[in-house]
Design a protein around this ligand. Structure first.
Ligand code: TRP
Ligand code: MN
Length: 459
């Protein structure tokens, strides 16, 4: 959030947002919501959220929108990464640092490979609500409400923990605030200085990804020293812009954090810079699309393999009627075996309409399988195959591959199979930590960044 001075000063004030249009969603069907409406605890939590300070400023959100407009034109690339589901427990200094560090490393690799700016964005500081395919979960002869993310209920399989508890929204806010505070400190306070590029590497050189990173860091070092010898000024190297994003699933929470920007009198959802709508909640006449159509943030929509060109056009007309640069991002999640057939008609419809969106690939969600020993997993090869399909389709259509959306962690977990230093199923019992979908571990994330950088270099 190293921002131009004009942006940091503008929009720091925001007041309650009372426009009735912001509540139109309440009359519409809202999927995937908890069953806590009407309780006094719910009213108390929503009222408290309404009085708490915004987590992000409208001025920052506007700068992000201009960065995304550049990505739509092919002049920048979006890297969006983080947990499937953040947890309150994992919001520790160490683990936040290792995630930020990994995203910075991936960004360096991509910036160097693509020779263009990379927009760094975490699925962080708010990614606490999860859509579920079933309302309940059964283990043995016990059936309890499904885990819907720490903002709704607990992961532990007990009746007490699985109760939908609205006070968790307030805890999610505070956890997001402390996460974002640490992210800002890391990215603004010297840690993200490009001259420390070596120090972010955290694994053993026997791993090919770490080895390759070490070589790249050496090249950057030499280039920096050369420029230093020439008397260059290093202001731009000292800080990194870093944005927070999450799925805007829990509408009570998003509405309570929506504020009127004092500069423009327009509403911003101040729970994060960028919000997206999931594949399961993107119906045109549903509550999620309606609510997000009313706030000024840049927004994303996940598109699965059954999306039609007309669906995409309808979403554009509803969410970006003014065709505002950077406003709308389509995050496609097709599956490696489907992307080459499913993506072209959508891209073609949008291209032919003249609308400009940011096209981002989420190569994770269409490639989830169950391992023989019963874990939800993804094969690194399938994930990379979808990435290749994404670049192939955009190259063939003459459109811009604008970004990558991944579920990843900075830790040495074993959740996704394969990679250059392959993860095997036998490691799951010991090293599988995700409470939701499987994430690329630190080395797999870096490896992917190198492979994507190659595509970008040869666009
Ligand atoms: N400020 C530039 C940027 O955000 C350069 C930069 C500084 C950077 N630290 C970084 C790039 C860490 C990638 C990773 O792009
Ligand atoms: Mn997920």
């Amino acid at each position: 959030m190293s921002l131009p001075v004009h942006a940091t000063l503008a929009g720091t004030q925001s007041g309650p947002a009372t426009d009735p249009a912001l509540d139109a969603w309440r009359q519409l069907s809202a999927k995937q919501q908890p069953s806590w409406q009407g309780s006094p605890e719910h009213a108390r939590a929503v009222a408290e959220l309404g009085t708490l300070p915004p987590l992000v400023f409208a001025g920052e959100v506007d700068v992000l929108k201009s960065r995304l407009a550049a990505a739509a034109r092919g002049e920048a690339f979006l890297l969006q990464g983080g947990d499937c589901a953040e947890t309150f427990e994992a919001a520790t200094a160490d683990r936040i640092q290792s995630r930020v560090k990994t995203i910075l490393q991936m960004a360096v690799v991509l910036t160097y490979g693509a020779q263009m700016p990379v927009i760094k964005m975490g699925r962080m500081a708010g990614q606490f609500a999860k859509p579920r395919s079933s309302d309940s979960e059964t283990r043995g002869d016990v059936t309890l409400p499904a885990f819907r993310g720490d903002i709704v209920n607990g992961y532990e399989f007990t009746p007490e923990s699985r109760v939908h508890n609205p006070a968790r929204m307030v805890q999610a806010y505070h956890t997001s605030a402390s996460t974002l505070n640490l992210i800002r400190a890391f990215t603004q306070g010297g840690f993200a200085d490009l001259r420390l590029v070596h120090s972010w590497n955290q694994g053993f050189m026997s791993n090919p990804a770490y080895h390759e990173y070490e070589q790249l860091a050496g090249e950057i070092d030499r280039a920096v020293h050369f420029m230093e010898a020439c008397g260059a000024d290093f202001e731009a190297l000292k800080r990194a812009e870093f944005y927070a994003s999450h799925e805007a699933l829990l509408l009570d929470y998003e509405r309570a954090l929506t504020r009127t920007d004092s500069r423009t009198g327009t509403p911003y959802d101040t729970s994060g810079h960028f919000l997206w709508i999931g594949e399961r909640t993107r119906e045109l006449d549903g509550a999620h699309v309606d609510f997000l159509s009313k706030v000024r943030n840049p927004i994303g929509v996940k598109l699965g393999p059954t999306t039609t060109g007309q669906d995409a056009l309808d979403l554009i007309n509803k969410l970006d009627p003014d065709r505002e640069p950077g406003r709308l991002t389509f995050i496609t999640r097709m599956g490696a075996s489907k992307i080459r057939e499913a993506l072209p008609p959508i891209v073609q419809a949008v291209r032919d309409s003249g609308a400009q969106v940011v096209w981002v690939t989420d190569p994770m969600h269409g490639n989830t399988v169950t391992s023989q020993n019963g874990y939800k997993t993804r094969r690194f090869e399938d994930v990379m195959d979808e990435v290749r399909g994404f670049f192939d389709v955009h190259r063939a259509m003459g459109t811009v591959p604008g970004g990558l959306h991944v579920e990843m962690t900075g830790d040495d977990v074993a959740e996704c199979l394969g990679g250059a230093d392959p993860i095997r199923e036998e490691q799951f019992d010991e090293l599988y930590e995700s409470v939701c979908d499987p994430r690329l571990n630190h080395a797999q994330s870096l490896e992917m960044a190198f492979l994507v950088a190659e595509h970008l270099a040869h666009r």
